[in-house]
Design a binder for this molecule. Sequence first.
Ligand SMILES: [Zn+2]
Length: 402
Amino acid sequence: MDMNAANLELIIQQVLASMKGTANVTASAPAASSSIPKTAKVAMLTGLEKIEIKEYPMPEVGDDDVLVKVEGCGVCGTDAHEYKRDPFGLIPVALGHEGTGEIVKMGKNVKVDSAGKPLAVGDKVVTCMIFKDNPDITMYDLNKQNVGGADVYGLLPDDDVHLNGWFSDYILVRGGSTIFNVSDLDLDSRILIEPCAVLIHAVERAKTTGILRFNSRVVVQGCGPIGLICIAVLRTMGIENIVAVDGEAKRLAFAKEMGATQSVNFKDHKGIEALAEAVKDAFGGYYADFAFQCTGSPVAHANIYKFIRNGGGLCELGFFINGGDATINPHFDICSKEITTVGSWVYTLRDYATTFDFLKRAKGIGLPIEKLITHKYPLEAINDAFVTNLKMEGLKIAIVNE
Ligand SMILES: [Zn+2]
């Protein structure tokens, strides 16, 4: 019996020793941490139309921080403006705000995302606003302020950390930022979250008029990425009577794939009267109940009132930046027709959660959302990606890390 007890004790000690050994190995070199390199590559805009890939030491991950290995990031019109003219005066700046990636390291205080969903190493995430100490933007008043008034990664001034934009191979998400666990979405969907949130917000704004309903006749003017996503969002709401207006046959064909029932090429119609008549014909002899203006053209803004019925509504969301003045006739265009107009710009934090659901629903009803990403470039070729974007080739251009 003593022998058995001694043997047993020996066996237990051996097992414990081997477990301790394994535990030590795991503790000193966790799988994820061991693969984190000593430096990170950041695409830094160092001058007009000049992005350099810089290498910076991997920063310390603080107790409230999350280190994310970047998988991809879309190129936005805002990025292109900054690249060409630096209107925000940010140079040198690490751009890229439409990014997503995988958590490789987390501070000890980080347990859940901004929606309360658990977060762990290996989860796929996106970021939205950075709150810091701004009392005007709080988690409890989500619709009060849109993201235009808050900081976001990819449009921050450079600092000692440098890992501030998603055009990089790592980004340090600091405490006070909003972060969402989107592990249930594929990479292409995740890259499209930010631009899709713009449309979720626009449709929310449109709904405040009380005019937009499931059986509304809706015209969407402009079939760039914004107009195309607009059509998809309307379609996932059950709106089936959508007319797309654009000047490019290829984009109009894609608009139909995204859910438009009819399309009108403005190049086929001379003058606004003829164009308005064509839109009316496309609705079977009716003007639109509601219109979304998705181009940055002042003339397009002036034109769109002619497509709308008396008592109809308009959401103007095409002017992310100042595109100049539009000439309308307030009597004919707004007053006598009693048009209800809303403007929409970027999104609020609240629109993010809705966007995740939209992307799943869009896939569910077979809308080819992922086809919006027409070009993918590695980080090293980021200047080429911007040149392609500025040439207005394709739709959404993305940087994708391998
Ligand atoms: Zn953007």
